[in-house]
Ligand binder design. Structure first.
Ligand SMILES: Cc1cc2nc3c(=O)[nH]c(=O)nc-3n(C[C@H](O)[C@H](O)[C@H](O)COP(=O)(O)O)c2cc1C
Length: 493
């Protein structure tokens, strides 16, 4: 028997460690290769990689209108960042119905079109491998406030398939907020001609987007906006039949059918058509996963779409904005992947069917790669982290020098965020229930302020206290400089 010592064990331990490192290195490489691989859409357009900058209202400028210099700077930074697709923030098709006073609007005015054309040209020329640029066209429905947006008189109601006020779900505090933001309940649209007029506006916006050189549109049919309200049994309990829709189309899909049909008839085949829909409204009596599954299958059967994005929640039940309210959210799962993993394996893969974007909580490279591998999605939508790191794909996700364990980018907290949530009635303390809209608003505003900084040519500031953001970004830059001073400058020039 030869001498026994610790050496062989040490060697095998070292070998095991080395093997592990090689395995890890290979896995990193495979993950990056998978995420960096292109995908072809049903219309033949190729997306260069699997990373999508999700739609986010930019929060730049007041009072609607077309993009400003801040938008151009912001989109240039995103366009240089390595994204496969960039989806704009919600662009409202009716300037009187805004979701926020900062929203972009698109109407057939020549100056409007020039500004949208400049934005598209900026994205196209910002890098040698430009992303696809999609415009999210939208109508906020009953969630549009007349008192917050100043886009119509305070007593003019929002419109919806029902007469209601968003449910603030927060006792007396919620009642006060609710009545301050929505002094009147929404007006129920009953006349089919009024719905057809909205179809014309959506189709008209898509045609303008194509004219302005955008690669496509995304129709916002999620988060409790007008088209999502039309799909939901809670807000559209008694749907009206719209003319010109085939008999076999379910009533609550009539509006979306007419819009998609109109967009297809009036734009080029290569113009990308996408829809963002909820897998669930997360509200009692609202759209649930069974109904959402049927909707996705029906949408696919029409062969009118290149991309479907899955999200969830409404502004009063903001699952999409508050991962912490979903008990199933874990490191190994994105917010809505339980829905897509059970549905996608039964659907045709792109290019035989639309490519599926999953958005919400996909904030780490391994998770994105695992989601693509398991076909929880074909494309990964990323929202909030792209506000603090606009070049996330090049800098982190596709950067081979960054190890997997360091390629996690959603773990940051908003300085002062929890305190502000508590003070404003949005909860925030452990076990504390609050008004979800307020909680979501605190996070959304902080991320928009990061976008405003990028728009001014500055870097995002992860350490920015919420109160500083409110005073400097919102009140000084947006309201005072962007409001009266901005109007004064425009008037003088
Ligand atoms: C500042 C901000 C603005 C947003 N605006 C929109 C919007 O205009 N349209 C939309 O569909 N979703 C909007 N969202 C939701 C995002 O597209 C996305 O669904 C959500 O942030 C979840 O993705 P994440 O976990 O990667 O952030 C917004 C989110 C944030 C943070």
């Amino acid at each position: 028997m030869g001498p026994k010592g610790p050496e062989p064990e040490l060697l095998s331990h070292e070998r095991a460690t080395m093997a592990k490192q090689i395995d890890r290195h290979l896995k990193n490489k495979q993950d990056i290769e998978l995420i960096a691989s292109p995908i072809t859409l049903p219309n033949g357009v190729v997306v260069q990689n699997r990373l999508v900058k999700a739609a986010m209202a930019e929060g730049i400028g007041l009072g609607g209108g077309p993009p400003r210099s801040g938008h151009i700077n912001l989109y240039r930074r995103w366009a240089q960042g390595g994204w496969g697709i960039i989806i704009s923030g919600n662009v409202q098709i009716d300037p009187r119905h805004l979701a926020s006073p900062h929203d972009l609007t698109l109407t057939p005015i020549p100056q409007n079109l020039d500004a949208y054309t400049s934005l598209a040209e900026t994205v196209l020329s910002a890098s040698s491998t430009p992303p696809l640029l999609l415009m999210q066209i939208s109508h906020p429905g009953l969630q549009s406030s007349s008192t917050v947006n100043f886009s119509r008189l305070p007593w003019e109601p929002a419109i919806a398939p029902c007469s209601a006020r968003p449910d603030m779900n927060g006792g007396i505090y919620g009642w006060i907020w609710g009545h301050a933001i929505w002094p009147k309940k929404s007006r129920r649209v009953e006349d089919p001609n009024e719905w057809l007029d909205l179809v014309t506006k959506f189709v008209g916006a898509a045609v303008l987007a194509e004219k302005a050189g955008w690669d496509g549109i995304q129709i916002h049919s999620a988060h409790g906006y007008l088209l999502a309200e039309y799909l939901s049994p809670l807000t559209n309990p008694d749907p009206v039949r719209l003319p010109g829709v085939p008999e076999d189309v379910p009533l609550r899909l009539h509006l979306l059918y007419l819009i998609l049909q109109g967009v297809n008839e009036n734009t080029n085949h290569k113009f990308v058509k996408a829809v963002k829909i909820n897998c669930s409204d997360f509200a009692h009596g609202g759209l649930d996963e069974v109904q959402a599954t049927e909707i996705v299958k029906t949408l696919i059967s029409w062969c009118l779409l290149d991309i479907i994005e899955i999200s969830g929640g409404t502004y009063t039940h903001p699952a999409f904005a508050s991962p912490e309210i979903l008990t199933s959210a874990s490191k190994r799962q994105s917010l809505f992947s339980h829905f897509t993993t059970s549905l996608l394996p039964f659907l045709p893969s792109a290019p035989d069917g639309p490519a599926m974007i999953l958005t919400g909580g996909l904030h780490d490279r391994e998770l994105i790669a695992a989601s693509l591998r398991e076909r929880a999605c074909d494309l990964a939508g990323i929202g909030r982290p792209s506000c603090v790191t606009p070049d996330l794909p090049n800098k982190v996700i596709l950067n081979r020098k960054i190890r997997d364990e360091d390629a996690s980018f959603g773990r940051y907290s908003i300085p002062g965020g929890d305190l502000m949530k508590s003070l404003l009635g949005g909860g925030g303390g452990i076990g504390e229930r609050g008004i979800p809209l307020v909680g979501a608003g605190v996070s959304t505003m902080w991320h928009e302020w990061q976008l405003c900084r990028i728009g001014r040519g500055e870097d995002p500031d992860k350490n920015m206290h919420w109160v500083k953001g409110l005073l400097v970004e919102e009140i000084w830059w947006e309201v005072l400089r962007g409001g009266p001073v901005g109007w004064w400058n425009t008037w003088r020039s």
